[in-house]
Design a protein around this ligand. Structure first.
Ligand code: XMP
Length: 311
């Protein structure tokens, strides 16, 4: 913690020196890295930081609301909230292929962010939540969900205060800056979000079902001491239905798949041995509380042969 305090002091000064009285733009997803960068910049330059939160409709339940609450309401930040849900879902309509979905989400994200950047006057800097592993991996192993690819006339000088830190250190700094545990210790979440967990062509009803079932799973894992113990846990909804019975009548609805895995580096993963009674309870809740769902399955596949995500 002392080291965190020293790091924060040092970075606050460095940021103030670099930026002066100019404005800085930040794409604030609500993930650990961008949230910690935001908190650090708010401490250093207050309202000279303009945070843009793009809600692409593929975030987990409660996430956009938490970003607004923490940064606008509690930290009094300059926050532009962009409701781009319809734009993204319209672009994704009918698109089945996973990599195509990722490309569309990434490209649309840059487009929306660029439009917002153009509306703002006098921005000279762009802050990014780059951390040390990003620099190590930037040889194309994984497509990064950061704001690369902005057009020539929108080139800013970069502010990257976390670029020498590892994830654990970023969390300690975030905690010291007063960010809530739910934000600092949250599980990894892919850039394309629920878009790659609503399998095949995304539809609004299935997207809601995956969001609601994910919220139930997270609530139950938290209640039963599994939050922070399991690396990643989420639900997936396939694009086919199965026959079931609900209230004595035939139903023809979607299944939900639960995935809970542990890993060190995401290259291999093992399945969490979730207590059977808890899985039964979660199944009961999902099939009764989530409209359109009549069946729940648990994915027993390690990586390899499965990947962590289904798309
Ligand atoms: P897989 O499914 O490849 O996932 O075993 C390994 C880790 O990477 C995350 N993941 C992504 N993260 N953009 C991201 O930012 C993506 O397109 C993406 N795809 C997978 C996944 O959640 C897991 O933590």
């Amino acid at each position: 913690e002392e080291l965190a305090a020293a790091f924060i002091e040092e970075q606050v000064q460095a940021i103030q020196e670099q930026v002066g009285d100019k404005k800085v733009l930040l794409a604030l997803s609500g993930g650990v890295d961008s949230s910690v960068v935001a908190a650090l910049l708010i401490k250093a330059i207050g309202k000279q930081l303009v945070c843009v939160h793009v809600n692409h409709g593929l975030l987990r339940k409660g996430e956009p609301e938490q970003v607004v609450q923490v940064f606008r309401d509690e930290m009094d930040a300059n926050l532009v909230y962009v409701d781009a849900i319809d734009r993204f879902l319209d672009k994704l309509e009918g698109v089945e292929e996973p990599e195509q979905k990722r490309k569309i989400i990434g490209a649309e994200f840059i487009r929306v962010f660029e439009e917002e950047a153009r509306k703002l006057e006098g921005i000279e800097f762009l802050a990014q939540g780059t951390i040390y592993p990003d620099i190590l991996e930037s040889d194309g192993v994984k497509a990064h969900h950061n704001v690369g690819g902005l057009p020539e006339d929108l080139q800013f000088e970069l502010v990257e205060p976390l670029k020498l830190l590892y994830k654990d250190e970023v969390r300690v700094v975030g905690k010291a800056l007063g960010l809530p545990d739910g934000m600092v210790y949250r599980q990894p979440f892919p850039g394309p979000g629920l878009g790659v967990r609503c399998l095949g062509a995304i539809t609004r009803d299935r997207l809601e079902a995956v969001r609601e079932s994910d919220a139930i799973l997270r609530e139950e894992f938290a209640k039963n001491g599994l939050e922070g113990k399991v690396w990643q846990y989420f639900t997936i909804i396939p694009d086919f239905k199965s026959v079931g019975v609900k209230e004595g009548k035939r139903s023809f609805e979607w299944p939900v798949i639960i995935r809970a895995v542990n890993t060190k580096d995401a290259m291999t993963a093992t399945v969490e041995d979730v207590p059977f009674a808890l899985l039964q309870h979660i199944t009961d809740r999902i099939t009764h509380e989530v409209p359109g769902v009549n069946r729940v399955c648990y994915d027993l596949t390690p990586k390899p042969t499965g990947t962590i995500e289904w798309e």
